[in-house]
Design a protein around this ligand. Structure first.
Ligand code: SF4
Ligand code: SF4
Length: 315
């Protein structure tokens, strides 16, 4: 490849390159404790700066497992507090920025994109199966709410019940999203299991109980699958994605498709083939589309469209 074609390639992929740069920077900031390990430095002074932003919570904070805004909301509810401000902030952010967080910032999205960058042919899931699987993440959220809500209600109204119930639901009471979170798996569960296996010199920690065994292989399979099925966790299993899809369908920030420029599926269809979320872009309305809230605003479709038919719109 000569310099000219290299520069053209960069120009044609400048959105994706910018997105990956933002993803890498966000990954490092969110997990800045990694910098301490790699460079043997102490960034403790950053703690107060980071603590005010729930989505950038320090890994040192005792309630930071997973460290996302949704985790915070559920933690608060478990403690009998309804974080109205956080819920309102989440809704406003989603309404203003759609799912830019998912496409450009989320470290778990970055890890899946890194898996998908492995050069293998990408596959799509049969449309009916895909539609059914999309509902799984909503089931997870409903399940978490059903389990957690009684704690939020009874903390101040029936403390005895609260204590009993919280003790009986075990880990759900401690970290309500733990079992459903790939970030919890990648950054907490998986390293701990590997550490335990190294310390004991055996596979015993993996077989300590059925839940541990199932979680270990379930998420491992999800990560491996994301090599062929991009963003498979975001699409089907992420609880944050369930909330984000519901709200972002009404976001002010949207994508549009120009009906004059677009030549349609039979003559092109490049946008649909490249979309990591398997969105049927050409079945969406021209005026705006969010893929029923599934679009994570990666802008790959916009970048790939040879007729410049896809654009962003605010309002
Ligand atoms: S890539 Fe562009 S022209 Fe082709 S189908 Fe998609 S929107 Fe239409
Ligand atoms: S519709 Fe476009 S911006 Fe949205 S996820 Fe698919 S490729 Fe990315």
């Amino acid at each position: 490849m000569n310099i000219k074609s290299f520069l053209i390639n960069i120009k044609n992929h400048r959105t994706t390159i910018s997105r990956h740069i933002v993803q890498i920077i966000a990954f490092i900031i969110i997990n800045y404790i990694l910098l301490e390990l790699i460079f043997s430095i102490n960034l403790l002074s950053m703690e107060s700066l980071v603590k005010v932003l729930p989505i950038l919570n320090s890994p040192r904070n005792p309630i930071s497992s997973g460290a996302g805004i949704l985790e915070y909301i559920f933690y608060f509810i478990v403690d009998g507090i309804f974080p109205v401000f956080l819920i309102a902030a989440l809704i406003i952010i989603l309404l203003l920025t759609n799912r830019v967080f998912c496409g450009w910032v989320c470290p778990v999205g970055t890890i899946q994109d890194a898996c998908a960058a492995i050069p293998t042919p990408k596959r799509s899931i049969k449309i009916n199966t895909h539609k059914s699987l999309l509902k799984v993440k909503y089931t997870f959220v409903i399940l978490i709410i059903i389990i957690v809500l009684p704690l939020g209600i009874t903390m101040s109204t029936n403390y005895e019940f609260y204590v009993d119930y919280r003790a009986n639901i075990g880990d759900f009471g401690r970290k309500p999203m733990g079992f459903f979170s790939l970030s919890e798996y990648i950054f907490v569960f998986f390293p701990n299991i590997i550490k335990d296996m190294i310390n004991t010199g055996s596979l015993q920690p993996l077989f300590s109980n059925l839940v541990t065994f199932i979680i270990f292989f379930f998420y491992l399979i999800i990560i491996i699958l994301s090599v062929w099925y991009p963003r498979v966790y975001c699409r089907y299993f992420c609880p944050f994605a369930a909330i984000a899809s519901t709200v972002s369908e009404y976001s002010f920030l949207k994508l549009t498709r120009n009906p004059v420029r677009c030549v349609g599926r039979s003559d092109c269809g490049i946008c649909e083939n490249i979309c990591p979320k398997q969105i049927r872009i050409l079945d969406e309305p021209f005026e705006f589309f969010t893929g029923k809230g599934e679009c994570n605003f990666c802008l790959k479709c916009k970048e790939a469209c040879p007729y410049d038919a896809i654009d962003m719109k605010f309002g």
